[in-house]
Design a protein around this ligand. Structure first.
Ligand code: KIV
Length: 258
């Protein structure tokens, strides 16, 4: 069960590494890395489909992309987002959670705090592992800004995380909150916290893979570190291909049949 593994990793002080992943080819490449968790995030609405936010992602998108990632993955645990509108009732949350598990996910992620605890109860009651997500929750956020700078919001986020942990989630994503608050939340719960824009003191980190590889360039939040510039590498390769086709250099004998 994912929960006991992840809780043991926290107790041992092992940092968890999570990355988003949306397709078969990336999932296969990631098998040869030590990434622990692949998140089929609803961020795919933005970085794959070009939407302004994550709100128009549907269960059909999530199930299809989860299936593609599961086909390529042999080494990591897969977490799939329940998209906006997929958990209006406990029955819907369970039906959609089951669909994501059937598509190959090991757990589902749900955005929200104490408001989603009854849904978390229903999912866990159905045998589905759940990851929580507090702080900035893009499915409902009006603006993508740091959450919990004022004491009331900080206390609310802490209480939400405590309630999710008590309900039995196996990890909690903390998005865009101050480092000191992330430290408080991490100390207050026995399940791992996985930060994105939450500083270094969480039990793990997650980034959107298109951001950290320099592929998504529409905007770059402060918390994103680019570990490669695959966007530039892609453009250089494609321009070389264009030039070679136009110059009659490609295809050459090595790439033609006789
Ligand atoms: O959808 C997503 O990629 C996420 C991460 C930002 C945590 O929820």
């Amino acid at each position: 069960m994912l929960k006991s593994d992840l809780t043991a990793r926290k107790a041992a002080g092992d940092k968890l590494v999570m990355l988003t992943c949306y397709d078969y080819t990336f999932a296969k490449l990631l098998n040869d890395t030590s990434v622990d968790l692949l998140l089929v995030g609803d961020s795919l609405g933005m970085v794959v489909y070009g939407a302004a936010d994550t709100r128009d992602v549907r269960m059909t998108d999530m199930a299809r992309h989860t299936q593609a990632v599961a086909r390529g993955n042999t080494t990591a645990r897969i977490v799939a987002d329940l998209p906006a509108g997929a958990f209006d009732t406990a029955a819907e949350a369970v039906a959609n959670g089951r669909a994501l598990i059937a598509a190959g996910a090991h757990a589902v992620k749900i955005e929200g705090g104490r408001d989603v605890v009854p849904l978390v109860d229903a999912l866990i009651g159905d045998g589905i592992d759940v990851v929580g997500h507090v702080g900035l929750t893009p499915q409902t956020a009006e603006k993508y800004t740091v959450q919990g700078r004022d004491p009331q919001t900080a206390d609310r986020i802490l209480a939400d995380a405590r309630a999710l942990a008590a309900a039995g989630v196996c990890a909690i994503v903390l998005e865009m909150i101050p480092q000191a608050l992330a430290q408080r939340v991490t100390a207050a719960v026995d399940v791992p916290t996985i930060g994105i824009g939450a500083g270094p003191d969480t039990d793990g980190q997650v980034l959107v893979i298109y951001d950290m590889l320099g592929l998504f360039r529409d905007f770059k939040p402060k918390f994103v570190k680019r570990y490669a510039d695959l966007g530039a590498a892609l453009q250089t390769a494609v321009q070389r291909y264009c030039d070679e086709v136009r110059a009659g250099v490609f295809p050459d004998a090595d790439h033609s049949y006789r």
